[in-house]
Design a protein around this ligand. Sequence first.
Ligand code: FRU
Length: 480
Amino acid sequence: MSVNDQQLRDAAWKAVEEKKDVVESDSYRLKFHVMPPVGLLNDPNGWIHWKGTYHLFYQWMPFKTDHGAKFWGHFTSKDLVNWKHEDIALTPSEWFEKNGCYSGSAISKEDELWLYYTGNLKNEKNERSTYQCLAISKDGLRFDKKGPVVELPEEYTPHFRDPKVWSQDGKYFMVVGAQTKEEKGAVALLSSIDGMEWKHERIIAGGGKDSLGDFGYMFECPDLFRLDQKDVLVFSPQGLEAQEWKYQNVYQAGYVMGEFNATDASYTFGAFHELDRGFDFYAPQTTEDEFGRRVLVAWMSVPDQHEQEHPTIKHGWIHCMTIPREIKIVQDKIYQLPVKELEELRLGTPREQQIELEGSTLTFEAADAHELQLNDISLDGDWFAVEWSGAARFSYNKQTKMATLERVSYVDGLWEKRQCPVENVTDIQVFRDTSSIEVFVNGGEEVFTARIFPQGDDPFVTITTKGELGASFAMWELES
Ligand code: FRU
């Protein structure tokens, strides 16, 4: 450990200690979501189930609620429900990462845990350099930095970052989020025999020359994996223009699906689909756990010009992760469902009842952290809606076949909405935390994720309909 590393660690823990009371006094602190002890959290990094423990690292700025020279914070969990904040994994202490240990991934290699991440560097003129770096751990807690293992290939600008590494057919592969010299977003593929020496293979998606066409100026946080006989490439493109109901957030996160050929390092794929329909979802990362499930976690926000207007800023912290979601392919589409373990959060017996509404309203008192399900929904009318105490509202309109999530904006206090088409809504499962909501429609066919900031302390859930609505309703209070 260098002197600089030690100083940065001490300063970060000091910031945690000094602001603890202010941070913890915030009523918007979440009960069952991963969030930073102080400062800013963004992307999930190094997400892996290793020797029976889930490791979830994250982009962390401990000194302020804004972006900057990022650390890798570290949480572990045995069960995806209870999380422990561990010692800091990486500090931006060395010359090759002075302006941030940016996003990356983890692999298990010969009994060790290897982290690949981006060393972000800026000079006095604010010009960027980028290195893909390696750090190795024997115990999963202390990491020994090996420095840069990949230098910038000549095809790209220094916007080249977020390595995701996996092993396949006796080799290692790495996808990197990139921008070509023509300023087109791209995913670069590299390969290696030993995980130390890397060869640039090619652009496997983007670059303005494939079926994606003109698809933005930068792709961040790529992730390529095999799921249900398909090779899925997840990435977060920047620079897409909003269309009717698509691409409504400033940046997107989604996937294409196809075939990856490890022999000639080629990838063929189909159309791009967004992974989430809400306001706050970016830079997702997946891992296959030791039970063979593919589990996704995303940053519950988007890099945005309004980040500094978040109500939690005055309490010295900002942002959180989504709940872990198991993903599957159903009819050529990724479905996301809360991992089963989250049932452990349920307190006591649920409130359950059969709902029969005819143009009327039902109101339930609700804990500020709860799970709500409406199953076997039958709607003989125009629409139904579920509203959370004037903070958020999910509705489905049978005439337009649109599902909608509305929330009160934390910027101007006005209602804003996100939508997507759904043929028929038969079930919804909602995870509501003190300042977030995640709505899973039809067993994960669509998901709406958002931060919400309710004003009063008496949360109510109201169900309304125009026409006849039948459904079985269940609601559990969830524990911290
Ligand atoms: C995505 C991102 C990554 C980068 C990291 C820096 O949110 O911009 O591309 O590695 O955040 O914190």
